[in-house]
Design a protein around this ligand. Structure first.
Ligand code: ADP
Ligand code: ASP
Ligand code: MG
Length: 434
C-alpha cells in the first residue's frame, strides 16, 4: 500500500492512514514525503546551487518548524514526542551540514531524500506508540538502480527478502518510496512522483496479492481533473491502457510504475485516502472491451520534421535518423511518416541543438516547440469500427500537427499546440464521455 504526499500531508492525515492500514492483514506500507516537502527541499538545493546559504537556511528553518508542529500534534506521549523531535533535528542538522560544503548533484540527491526519511520515521514511531507491531525497512538497503537508471530487480528482490526474513514477525512494514541507491552506491531517486514506482517494484519483488496506490482522488479519471470540467473515475483498466495513460501524462501514476506489476501479474488498485470506501480503479489483465476509457496529455513536447528528397526508396534513411537520437540518448515518443519525410516528437531538449545539427546533414529540418501530446486510450483494436472517427470528430475545430494510430491496440495520439490543450481535452471529454 503506497500513500502519496497529500495522504500523509499532516499529522491528522497520518492518523487517518493508520485506520486504513489496520485491517489485520500483513502488508508493506510505502510512504511519500509529506506534501510540499520535496518541492521545498529542491528549492533549498536551488539556493545552494546559487551559492546563497542564507536563503537556503531560511527555508530549512521554516521547514523544520513545520515538522516540529506536526510532531507535537501526532504523538500523545512525551516519550514519542521527544524521540521524533530528536530524529527531526538530526535530519535537519544533516541538511544544514550540506549548506557548508561544495554543492553538487550528489548533495542535492541527499537533501531531496530527507522528505521520505522524515515521513516514514514519524509514521513508524506513531505505529509503535499505538502498540502496532511495525518495522521500518530502510529503502536504501534494498532499492537500487543500475548504470542506466533502471531498477536492479534482482538486487531489490534479494535484499528485500533478506530484510523481511530478518524480521519475520511484524504485522506492518513501513518503507520509503522514491529514494534508492544508484550503481555507484550513492543516494539517488526514481524521479519525481517515483513513490508509485517504488511500490510496484516492491509489490513485484515480494509477489504481493495486490499493489494499492492511495492518493487524493477516487482513481484514474477519464480526463485530467485539473484541466477539464466533469471528469469521472474509470473502474477498470488493463495494464496496457494504464501504462499508456501514465506515460502520456496522467499524473496520478508515475510513468513507469505499471510495468513491474504487469510483468509480475499483480493487480494495481488506485484508491482515495479521503474516501476509502470509493471503488477506485482496478488495473489488471482484464478490461472492458469496445470502450474508450480516458484521455491524458503530456506537456513540453518538441516536434521535429525531417524531409529528404531522397527518402523515397532510400532504405536506411529511418535508421540514420533514429541513430542520431540514440547517440544522444533521446527517446522518441510519437512518429508519423510519409513518402518524403518523418515527423517525430521528443520531450527532452537536453541535446536538441546537437540532434538538429546532425539531422540537417541528411535532410531539411523544421522544429515546433511547446506542443502537447494528447493521448486517447481504450480498446482501440483496428477492427473495432468508429472509434477513430469519434476522436477526430471531437477535434474538428482544432489544428492538429500529428496523428498517430496503430502502434498499439490501445491508443490514438494527437499532437497539438500548448495553447489548444484545454479546449482539446474538454472537447474530447464532451464528445467521448459526457
Ligand atoms: P500523490 O501525491 O498521492 O502521489 P499525485 O498528485 O501524484 O498524488 O497524483 C494525484 C493527482 O493526479 C490528482 O490529485 C489529480 O489532480 C492528478 N491527475 C491528473 N490526471 C489524472 C487522472 N486522469 N485521474 C486522476 N487524477 C489525475
Ligand atoms: N516525494 C516525491 C515527489 O514529490 C516522490 C513522490 O511523492 O512520489 O516527487
Ligand atoms: Mg504521485
Amino acid at each position: 500500500m503506497k500513500f502519496g504526499g497529500t495522504s500523509v500531508g499532516s499529522a491528522q492525515r497520518m492518523k487517518n492512514v493508520v485506520k486504513i492500514i489496520s485491517d489485520g492483514q500483513r502488508k508493506i506500507v510505502v510512504l511519500s514525503a509529506m506534501s510540499g516537502t520535496t518541492n521545498s527541499l529542491l528549492e533549498i538545493a536551488d539556493y545552494l546551487y546559487k551559492k546563497n546559504p542564507d536563503g537556503a537556511n531560511d527555508l530549512i528553518n521554516a521547514l523544520e518548524l513545520k515538522y516540529f508542529r506536526e510532531i507535537d500534534e501526532l504523538y500523545d506521549t512525551k516519550e514519542y514526542k521527544a524521540k521524533a523531535l530528536e530524529s527531526v533535528k538530526q535530519h535537519f542538522d544533516f541538511i544544514r551540514s550540506l549548506t557548508r560544503k561544495l554543492f553538487t548533484l550528489f548533495e542535492e540527491k541527499a537533501i531531496v531524500s530527507q522528505g521520505e526519511l522524515l515521513s516514514t520515521m514519524m509514521f513508524h514511531n506513531y505505529l509503535l506508540e499505538k502498540g502496532v507491531n511495525a518495522v521500518l525497512l530502510p529503502a536504501l538497503e534494498f532499492m537500487r538502480i543500475n548504470k542506466n537508471a533502471e531498477p536492479d530487480t534482482l538486487y531489490i528482490k534479494e535484499n528485500l527478502s533478506r530484510l523481511l526474513e530478518e524480521q519475520p514477525d511484524a504485522d506492518i512494514y513501513v518503507t520509503q518510496g522514491f529514494i534508492c541507491l544508484n550503481a555507484y552506491g550513492e543516494v539517488d531517486n526514481l524521479t519525481r512522483g517515483g513513490s508509485d514506482y517504488s511500490a510496484s517494484l516492491i509489490g513485484a519483488a515480494v509477489q504481493a496479492d495486490e499493489i494499492q496506490i492511495w492518493t487524493d482522488i477516487d482513481g484514474m479519471h477519464n480526463n485530467d481533473p485539473r484541466v477539464v470540467e466533469k471528469t469521472s473515475p474509470v473502474s477498470m483498466l488493463s495494464f496496457d491502457e494504464a501504462a499508456e495513460l501514465a506515460y502520456f501524462g496522467a499524473k496520478i501514476l508515475h510513468p513507469t510504475c505499471i510495468l513491474p506489476a504487469k510483468l509480475a501479474k499483480i493487480p494495481v488498485r488506485l484508491l482515495n485516502t479521503m474516501e476509502p470506501q470509493a471503488p477506485g480503479t482496478l488495473i489488471s489483465n482484464e478490461t472492458e472491451r469496445h470502450k474508450i476509457k480516458a484521455v491524458a496529455a503530456k506537456d513540453n513536447i518538441i516536434a521535429i520534421k525531417i524531409k529528404s528528397g531522397r527518402m523515397l526508396l532510400a532504405y536506411g534513411f529511418l535508421r540514420r535518423v533514429f541513430e542520431i537520437f540514440e547517440s544522444y540518448q533521446t527517446s522518441i515518443d510519437m512518429i508519423c511518416t510519409s513518402e518524403v519525410g518523418i515527423s517525430m516528437t521528443i520531450d527532452n531538449d537536453r541535446h536538441l541543438g546537437e540532434i538538429l545539427d546532425e539531422l540537417k546533414k541528411i535532410g531539411t529540418v523544421t522544429v515546433d516547440k511547446n506542443m502537447v501530446i494528447v493521448c486517447v486510450v481504450g480498446d482501440l483494436e483496428w477492427d473495432n469500427i468508429g472509434f477513430e472517427s469519434r476522436v477526430i470528430d471531437a477535434v474538428k475545430d482544432i489544428p492538429v500537427r500529428m496523428i498517430s494510430y496503430g502502434g498499439s491496440n490501445y491508443n490514438i495520439s494527437l499532437l497539438i499546440k500548448a495553447e489548444d490543450k484545454q479546449r482539446t481535452l474538454q472537447a474530447l471529454s464532451n464528445h467521448l464521455f459526457n
